[in-house]
Design a protein around this ligand. Structure first.
Ligand SMILES: *[C@@H]1O[C@H](CO)[C@@H](O)[C@H](O)[C@H]1NC(C)=O
Ligand SMILES: *[C@@H]1O[C@H](CO)[C@@H](O)[C@H](O)[C@H]1NC(C)=O
Length: 263
């Protein structure tokens, strides 16, 4: 099955599963949140962003999500606002986090660093170690444009392995195509299982343009970088500006829908 046919059915099914009456930008989920006892746990992170994930929404925190949030790596880079529900010890604003890691604790949706956990409210919250929370996915906003990092496992000339950084909006990147600038011979890239990394072993020579499919609104949307994203001499470990940013919001289904800002 070709990629476009696959995504046609993928979006048709998502659309049918999502009655417009319950479509929502900001579904609120209830769960629990705990924190890492070790401060080093998040520094590497299963998503492999290192320090590059920070800088979103004016300085949020990094968080590890359970497998349902991590979604085999597709959930990497998603932004969330989390607040604990005990108003006596918790702030109404809570914290904003970007998902950079996963964890296997079945009790919590997210594991936070100690500073992020503390930022949920008063000092007392440390005593319990695990708190009831509500959370919602929010748009990621970066000063940077969506950027492409060429991973060290790439092998010139034809094996390209990339990761997206500074992914804005509230969407998933579900398909990536690459072509030589000026050509319409698009080659699709494949996402690794478990990581937000895309690769192709059939990359043409020369400067490269890219197009992506993101989940946006009720279905998929193409996003085109209409300039050369990678120069002909792309280098391992380098980060390239795509010249565009994603601002779309993919709808979730829930009722009632929470349109309030948590301030
Ligand atoms: C490319 O993707 C395939 C499919 O996920 C994977 O098996 C392979 O190891 C990847 N290659 C590189 C160099 O990452
Ligand atoms: C983002 O891309 C636009 C269009 O190419 C460019 O004008 C702008 O300088 C870029 N922004 C940053 C922060 O690099």
């Amino acid at each position: 099955m070709s990629f476009s046919v696959f995504f046609f059915f993928y979006f048709l099914i998502s659309f049918l599963a999502l009655p417009s009456t319950s479509a929502c930008d900001r579904c609120v989920h209830k769960s629990k949140v705990s924190y890492f006892s070790s401060s080093s746990a998040l520094s590497a992170g299963a998503c492999g962003y290192g320090s590059m994930a920070i800088g979103f929404n004016g300085g949020g925190y990094e968080a590890a999500g359970n497998p349902a949030l991590y979604r085999d790596g597709l959930g990497c880079g998603g932004c969330f606002q989390i607040r604990c529900t005990n108003r006596k010890i918790c702030s109404s604003k809570g914290v904003k986090v970007v998902l950079t890691d996963t964890h296997q604790s079945s009790r919590s949706a997210f594991l936070l660093s100690r500073p992020a956990f503390l930022a949920l409210g008063k000092q007392e919250i440390m005593k319990s170690g695990i708190v009831d929370v509500e959370y919602k996915r929010i748009s990621c906003e970066y000063k940077n444009n969506l950027s492409v990092r060429v991973e060290e496992s790439s092998q010139k000339p034809n094996n390209l392995v990339i990761k997206f950084l500074y992914q804005g909006g509230q969407t998933d990147i579900v398909a990536v195509d690459v072509a030589q600038v000026g050509s319409s011979d698009w080659r699709y890239m494949t996402r690794d299982h478990g990581r937000p990394v895309w690769n192709s072993s059939r990359v043409p020579p020369g400067a490269l343009q890219m197009r992506l499919v993101v989940t946006g609104g009720y279905d998929g949307k193409w996003i085109w970088a209409d300039k050369d994203v990678l120069p002909a001499d792309w280098k391992l470990g380098s980060v390239y500006d795509s010249g565009l940013q994603i601002t779309d919001i993919a709808q979730e289904a829930c009722s009632p829908c929470d349109t309030d800002n948590w301030n």
